[in-house]
Write a protein that binds this ligand. Structure first.
Ligand code: ADP
Ligand code: MG
Length: 318
């Protein structure tokens, strides 16, 4: 049986390049760049809640980091360092091998260094097997004063969405749709877009719990309302093909796990955003506008009638 320390050494101890000190001591040491603010965020994935038992370990390694990178994107921060806390029912080396491959492949793409963490067994002696728990903390940098907040949307601003909505939720509703399953298992964090939105967007958030709910957070924080045209919400062919209109609306408005960015920007930035979309080869869709008044979201159907909007995901909802 490999010890905890063997496992850390074998799977997670990689030389740190930009950190002053990485894995192996009681703490890591970082040298934040001058003129930058540090952005810090944590996301936890729990077996049975965020992924099913037996889920592919390599995809989990990707997703555990991707959801954290998405939070950096939503802040306009460049991700730099991460820590990884793992609780595992057993020292499963095959699982760790795959998990670390998925994690480091994505980390490498964005220049993120794993600088520490914690590894523990989730099964107490003689107890029933514990669940897999994966907790990543990400640290990123953003030039002082340029971070993107949920607050900041102003009446008259356009509301934009990157990529397409609803695919991850479609994968849960109809597990046979391969393209949708890829979006659920291997979300692509919009890191480059987030950084480029500094100074262009007035507010931003990533879609983890559903478009309506996450845009709702921008509205609450900004003290403004919004009007969105349902027909303008970007969707894949797979989502568009869904005959059940209620299901299609639920996926687009309330489906979580897409990790696209929703952001607001003054109308005067339309040209710049269209050019950015072409440059990044990433669809950016203008779906509505910020309104003065109560933080309420109105979604209008193709005939201009208000649509009913379901709440997004809430872990403690009854
Ligand atoms: P401590 O007893 O101080 O908590 P540990 O023995 O838990 O230290 O960890 C030893 C070193 O390995 C530390 O530098 C810690 O950050 C790192 N580490 C532990 N688990 C992980 C992991 N899953 N990924 C990356 N680094 C880890
Ligand atoms: Mg420890």
């Amino acid at each position: 049986m490999p010890s905890e320390f063997d496992l850390i050494k074998k799977f997670f101890d990689r030389p740190a390049r930009s950190a002053a000190l990485g894995v192996g001591d009681d703490a890591a040491l970082l040298r934040p760049s001058a003129g930058m603010e540090l952005a810090v965020s944590t996301d936890l994935l729990l077996e049975g809640t965020h992924f099913r038992a037996g889920a592919d370990a390599r995809k989990l390694g990707h997703k555990a980091l991707a959801v954290n990178l998405s939070d950096m994107a939503a802040m306009g921060a460049a991700p730099r360092w991460a820590t990884l806390a793992l609780a595992l029912p057993a020292a499963d080396e095959a699982w760790l091998e795959e998990f670390s491959k998925g994690f480091f492949a994505l980390a490498g793409r964005f220049g993120v260094e794993l600088i520490g963490g914690d590894t523990t067994r989730s099964t107490a002696q003689g107890a029933v097997p514990g669940a897999i728990v994966i907790c990543v903390t990400i640290l990123g940098e953003v030039p002082t004063g340029l971070a993107l907040f949920r607050a900041g949307a102003r009446p008259g601003d356009d509301i934009w969405v990157s990529g397409q909505l609803g695919d991850a939720a479609l994968a849960l509703a109809q597990p046979g749709v391969a393209a949708a399953a890829r979006r659920l298992d291997k979300p692509e964090p919009r890191v480059e877009l987030g950084e480029r939105l500094r100074g262009i967007a007035t507010a931003a958030i990533d879609v983890s719990d559903g478009f309506a709910q996450d845009l709702g957070h921008i509205l609450q924080r900004s003290g403004a309302g919004a009007m969105v045209e349902y027909a303008l919400l970007p969707r894949s062919d797979e989502v568009r093909k869904i005959q059940d209109e209620k299901l299609q609306a639920r996926l687009l408005l309330s489906g979580g796990d897409d990790y696209e960015l929703v952001f607001t920007a003054p109308q005067s930035n339309r040209g710049e955003l269209e050019a950015l979309s072409a440059e990044l080869k990433l669809a950016l869709s203008r779906v509505g506008s910020v309104q003065a008044g109560e933080p309420r979201l109105q979604v209008l159907d193709a005939q201009g009638r208000p649509m009913a909007v379901e709440r997004g995901f809430d872990h403690f909802a009854p």
